[in-house]
Design a protein around this ligand. Sequence first.
Ligand SMILES: [Zn+2]
Length: 460
Amino acid sequence: MDTVSLMPMSTLLIRNAHVLVTMDGREIQHGGLYARDGWIENVDLTDDIPAVADEIVDLTGHLVLPGLVNTHHHLYQTLTRAFPGAQDAGLFEWLRTLYPVWARLTPDHVRISTRLGLVELARSGATTIFDHQYLWPNGSRADDQFEGADGLNLRFHVSRGSMSLGESDGGLPPDSVVEDHDAILDDTRRVISAHHDDGRGAVRRVVVAPCSPFTVTAELMRDSAALARDAGVRLHTHLAETEDEVEFCLENFGHRPVAHMETLDWTGSDVWYAHSVHCGDDEVIRMGAAGTGIAHCPTSNMRLASGLAPIGPYLAAGIPVGLGVDGSASNDSSNMLAEARQALLLNRLAVAPGIGEGPQMSARQALELATVGGADVLGRDDIGVLAPGRAADFIAIDLNRVEFAGALHDPVAAAVLCAPGRIDHSWVGGRPLVQYGRVVGVDEESLVERHNMLARDLVG
Ligand SMILES: [Zn+2]
C-alpha cells in the first residue's frame, strides 16, 4: 500500500483496488473511491473518478469491502475466555458457572476488556460494533465502556443493559448481580442523555438492552420499551437462544419467547433479538411482518450447542439479519470475518440432507449479512454500502497472502471461504482505523499485558 498525504485531510482517494465490492450490487475491478470529509462522493473505476485528493492511497492487489458491522457481543467476556469450568456446558450451566466471576468486575475490568475486544474486532474488519453489557457490579457504568473506546476511530453502540430477576425471584442470575428496577431506568435515561448521538455519521450511540426473559422481569421489559421509544433509541435482547429458555417462557409466562415479547410491546423495526435459534414457522412470519431484526451468532450457537437458527427462512420472510460474534466466553474470539465464514458453514449444515432443506448460503450472502445486513439491524442507512452519500467506512485485504494463493479466480468469495482472519487496513469516516494489521494509536503489547493481569485478578 502506497500512501501520499498532504495535510490537513479533507479529500481521500482510493485507487487501483483489485476488486471493490459496493454491496449494492457492484463488484468493480480496478476500483476506486473518492471521499470528502469522511463521506463518499464517487465509487467507480479508478480511471473514472477524480485523480487528485489531499490523501491518495494505492490499493493495488487488495480486495476492498464496506466495513463489517457486529450486531451482538459482550466485550467484558474477553476476560473469561476458555474458562475451564465453562468449556463444555450449555447456556444455563455456562451462565451459572460464570456469574460469580463476573460479579467481581470493576470499572477497570470494563474499560480494558472493552478496549481489548474492540481492537480484536477491528483487526478482523469490524468498523461498527454493538456491545451488550448487562451487568454493572462494583460501581462500573456504561461510561466505562465509552472511556475504554477513547481514541479508537470506530463506531461504537453501547447498551445500557440490565438484569432485574434474581434467583430468589425465580430468575437465573444470583441476586448479587441484578439491579433495582427504578435504578436501571434512571441510569438508562442518564446514559442516553450523556452519550447518544442520533445523527448521520454518529460514532457513539446507546441502545436499551435488558438481558433476556429469564433474567429480567416482564415489568422491566415493558418499561424499557416505553423508555427507549420515548428517547428514540433502539431495543435489543437475547431471545429464543436455547430450548431451556423456551421451556422457561412456557412455564413462567404461558407463551413461547416470541409471543412473550409480543405481549410486552417488544416487536418492530426498532427491535432486534440476539440468536433466535428456536422459532417456529408462525413466529418467523410474525417477526417478518413486524420488521424485527436478528443478530445471528453462529459460532456461539455451536459452542454452547444451542442449535441451528433458521436463517434461510428469516431471510425469505424479509427479516433484517446481521452477524454477531457474541460473548467472548461463548465464542472465545471476536472475529467478524470468521463469523461470516461460520454463518456460511453452519447454513450448509442446516440444509444438509437429513437435517434440513433450502438453498445454500453463498459467500456473497455471508458478506451481505456482515455489512449491509448488520447496518439494517442497527438501523443505520449511513454505513454498510460503498456508495455516494454513505460514510467512507471500508476495509482492505491484501490478496497476495499465503491464504489466498490459488483463490484469485474469485477474491470476493475467497474473503469468506479462505478464512484470512485478519484484514490489512480499514478506514472509518475516511480516517484510518487499522493500518498494516494494527489498530492506529494502540500499543497492543501493553494492552494485552494489562488485560491478562486483570483477567487473573478477576478469576482470583
Ligand atoms: Zn449474547
